[in-house]
Design a protein around this ligand. Structure first.
Ligand code: ADP
Length: 419
């Protein structure tokens, strides 16, 4: 099998979000954590490579993206999607624009689109201005993001300093007319030398129009939602063989949470109310390590589905950070959860639900997971994944901060019991 669509994501949970949306189509989707060392063998119809280049220096981001492009082309990818955050997280240096321009040069194409809209999650673009719910981007909490503060809502103005070629707009009035008029507008802009086209979208129907108008572009860029309609445009039947359901292993399960986001706190409380639960304390971990937690885990019945969590309210987090420092507190918790995951696997646990973006990175890396087959979604943006881990097949769900309903952990386990 060869790859049709190759995707490059600028961070890990963004890649999972994209892979989950694309898997809704039923097409086989594989997610690689970093550019694989080996050349592709049996690549999936859609390959997503998760990089960590949202806030790295520009040259490093470009180098990573070009390495991913090489691998995806070797897999046969005929179209490339550059995925970034739906809040256009970037600075005046990059990395959205420089990576797009480097990919365009490598692909020999003179135009691409920018569409971070994600209507299902409240991100919409009108007249080139990005909204988060009802707020312009620059008035949303993204204004004060620690790494990529977004102080302008206009995507053309945000993009212009990041690129060397002209930036233009295909606005909603054009998108509302359908794929033909939008394709004509893109051609008109191309004739004027406009390489970078921001495209408005306020609803899912707009995204379908954009995907149809851009189906033949070698490179598309945006949030995950604009890529989601692409597989439906592919000729029916050609991918029948690829629509093989992902197989998940039977076996005991565990929940590991290192996320302290408000929604995760509610999810942990809901699950801990009726499952064996162990709370990790970073200050104790700093002196004693995770042995007590490992001993507790070993004493649980095989089918108990325990939860181990460092999830805590802001006062407790602050206390730990005051004692240990912010970075060290986080690293101690991540290391403990990673060691617990390895012990759980060694004890025969085959289903892992992990909460926290950084935590997910630490756990997958400790388990030695480098590729994930994407299965059914538990909640928007959070699919079950299957992976090879030390010669065994495991199921793993990776949830960042505020994703999922209050019953997420139970929802996740129940989802694997459905046909
Ligand atoms: P989210 O997706 O909610 O942002 P992350 O896992 O990305 O979750 O980030 C949470 C960070 O907080 C991790 O580095 C984790 O180790 C750290 N952490 C978790 N629990 C605590 C705690 N009780 N005190 C201090 N830091 C914590």
């Amino acid at each position: 099998m060869t790859t049709r669509l190759g995707c490059i994501a600028d961070d890990f949970t963004g890649a999972t979000d994209l892979a989950g949306l694309l898997a809704r189509s039923g097409v086989r989707v594989s997610l690689r954590i970093g550019v694989p060392d080996d050349p592709p063998t049996d690549p999936a119809t859609i390959e997503v490579i998760a990089l960590k280049i949202r806030t790295t220096p520009v040259a490093q981001a470009v180098e990573g993206a070009l390495a991913a492009l090489d691998w995806l082309r070797a897999a046969g990818a005929g179209q490339i999607f550059w995925k970034y955050c739906s809040t256009f997280d970037s600075t005046s240096e990059g990395n959205i624009g420089p990576v797009a321009e480097a990919l365009m040069d490598a692909l020999g194409t003179d135009q691409t689109i920018y569409c971070p809209a994600f209507p299902e999650n409240g991100r919409s673009i009108y007249m080139g201005n990005l909204f988060v719910g009802e707020q312009p981007l620059a008035e949303s909490p993204m204004r004060d993001h620690p790494l990529t503060p977004m102080r302008d809502s206009n995507l053309m103005r945000l993009l212009t300093p990041q690129v060397t070629r002209p930036v233009g707009l295909a606005n909603r009035l054009c998108v509302a007319q359908g794929a033909g008029p939008l394709a004509a507008r893109l051609a008109e802009l191309r004739a004027q030398g406009v390489a970078h086209v921001v495209v408005d979208a306020v609803a899912d129907a707009d995204l379908a129009v954009i995907a149809a108008a851009c189906a033949d572009m070698p490179l598309l860029t945006g949030g995950s939602a604009v890529a989601a309609p692409l597989p439906a445009l592919w000729p029916q039947g050609a991918d029948a063989a690829a629509r093989v359901p992902v197989v998940f292993p039977d076996g005991p399960a565990i929940v590991l949470s290192g996320s302290c986001s408000a929604m995760t706190r509610a999810q942990v409380a809901a699950f801990a109310a009726n499952h064996p639960a162990y709370q990790l304390n970073p200050v104790e971990l700093a002196t004693a390590g995770p042995d007590a937690a490992l001993t507790w885990l070993a004493s649980q019945p095989a089918d108990a589905t325990p939860i181990l969590y460092a999830t805590a309210d802001p006062d407790a987090v602050r206390h730990a950070q005051d004692k240990l420092g912010r970075v060290r507190a986080g690293a101690i918790v991540e290391d403990a959860l990673a060691r617990i995951a390895v012990a759980a696997r060694d004890a025969g646990i085959r289903r892992f639900v992990v909460a926290g973006g950084e935590t997910s990175g630490a756990v997958t890396s400790a388990l030695g997971v480098s590729a994930l087959d994407i299965g059914p979604e538990i909640a928007p943006g959070v699919p079950w994944c299957a992976a090879e881990c030390a010669g065994e097949r495991i199921a793993i769900a990776l949830k960042s901060g505020n994703f999922g309903a209050q019953t997420f952990f139970a929802d996740a386990l129940a989802r694997l019991e459905q046909p």
